[in-house]
Design a protein around this ligand. Structure first.
Ligand code: G3I
Length: 413
């Protein structure tokens, strides 16, 4: 829609952008053209916001606050510290953040006896200074384990390592975090177990009780954080995902039946362009509500691997998937948090080496902002989906950008 080299170069590009946004069905009313391009003054003399200006009233966090939803993204402390555009975009758009990697075992545990909290602390300090909540990710996972783990942790000491880690990490941030992914991705139906559990190092070393042990220890260490079970591949109504979702539901039921403290389920939502959730996911979310559990969209992004150029059509396809997925999901009252796995296409794991990439070798565009921190059609699709949510304003609506849905947005006056 625009060269990633910055602002609209020409009226034609603006119109192309507008067309793409329209194609993506962005309900967002476009500002009068003159305003958008020239940054001219409104009748009240204030600087009319440009189309790219989605800060303050127009931000995801303001719209979320008005609809009882925490909205945010995964963050990397190096960029928060080193890149003003990145820090500004995260500060303006997110009412909640989650460390993409800084709170994982690999990042926190340089060796078996020490902890390094510097990066994790940086994120918490940034968030607190921008009135953002923080999710912890994660206390127990089969990946991102430090290199010393395999040679050190045995059947004899694994439970001690797990509980000591949780006590130390969750204890350190006790009372400061919104929620913790206590156990991440413990289900893998392909491993063929009746309980659907993944053959992870934790299962091999401790047995199925490692999940209960992790949740109970997390509750002891932090009495306020919402304890979450987080997983992927449970969003769609494909046979495999229906099966996995069923196993996740049975795991949560088993934990509740044993009185294990669990408050929420995280649905990662790593989607491909064209994915549309079926009734199964909504039914799953409503069943969790009946079990008094919250649901978080924890890691949303939409890979555009299968979409052909031009960029405007790729972005329109990605935006349509954001809209088709978030509109029904965010309409559910027990869905209280929505995060994307990153905020800008400049930094996404999908362009990392380990991941299948586009046949044309072009970088993926899975997130709400483009490489130059311009809002994409996906941004407007996410914001419109938030606006469609029948939620009440969060208590003490985010004064970072007070927003009253009954008041027309000032810029449109
Ligand atoms: O920090 C080291 C650095 O010191 C080293 O030089 C470099 C080169 O090897 O690796 C760096 O670690 C990398 C780390 O990201 C930080 O950049 C790891 O190799 C790399 O595997 C790791 O990838 C992360 C992956 O989880 C595994 O932890 C991705 O960034 C992150 O986006 C991804 O996120 C996961 C969620 O946690 C769970 N759900 C799926 C999601 C996507 O896979």
């Amino acid at each position: 829609m625009r060269g990633d080299s910055g602002r609209f170069r020409s009226r034609r590009e603006f119109l192309i952008g507008a067309a793409a946004a329209a194609a993506a069905g962005c309900g967002t009313p476009l500002l009068p053209l003159a305003c958008a391009q020239s940054g001219s003054k409104t009748r009240q003399g204030a600087m009319a916001p440009t189309l790219n200006d989605v800060s303050g009233l127009r931000s995801l966090r303001a719209h979320g606050a008005a609809h009882g939803l925490l909205v945010g993204c995964a963050v990397n402390p190096d960029h928060l510290d080193g890149e003003p555009d990145y820090a500004r975009t995260v500060a303006e758009q997110a009412s909640i953040v989650v460390p993409e990697n800084a709170m994982k075992w690999a990042a926190l545990r340089p060796n078996a006896t020490q902890y390094d909290f510097r990066k994790a602390d940086d994120i918490v300090v940034f968030a607190l200074s921008h009135e953002q909540k923080v999710r912890g990710h994660n206390l127990c996972w089969h990946e991102a384990l430090p290199s010393w783990f395999a040679g050190t942790v045995t059947k004899e000491n694994a439970a001690q390592y797990l509980t000591q880690h949780i006590r130390t990490v969750a204890g350190r941030f006790a009372g400061k975090l919104h929620s913790w992914d206590v156990v991440n991705e413990a289900i893998d139906v392909k491993d063929g177990r009746p309980d659907g559990l993944r053959n992870s190092p934790w299962l091999e070393l401790i047995g199925p009780s490692y999940i209960e042990l992790a949740f109970r220890t997390a509750r002891e260490a932090d009495g306020t954080a919402l304890l979450t079970y987080n997983d992927y591949g449970i969003e769609l109504d494909t046979p495999e995902q229906i099966d996995k979702r069923g196993q996740v539901m049975m795991l949560v039921r088993r934990l509740q039946a044993r009185g294990v403290p669990i408050d929420a389920v995280g649905i990662q939502s790593h989607l491909s362009a064209g994915d549309v959730p079926g009734d199964g996911l909504i039914h799953f979310i409503r069943e969790l509500r009946a079990m008094n559990l919250q649901v978080f969209v924890t890691e949303m992004d939409v890979n555009d691997r299968k979409l052909a150029e031009p960029v405007a059509e790729r972005d329109a396809g990605v935006a349509k998937t954001y809209r088709d997925y978030l509109t029904p999901v965010l309409a559910e009252p027990n869905v209280t948090v929505a995060l994307t796995w990153g905020i800008t296409d400049r930094y996404t794991w999908l362009n990392g080496l380990q991941h299948a990439s586009r046949a044309d070798g072009k970088p993926e565009r899975p997130l709400p902002f483009d490489y130059d921190y311009n809002p994409k059609p996906a941004f407007f699709a996410e914001r419109d989906s938030i606006d469609g949510r029948p939620g009440q304003a969060l208590p003490g609506a985010d004064h970072y950008a007070p927003f009253n849905p009954t008041q027309p947005q000032r810029p449109q006056q």
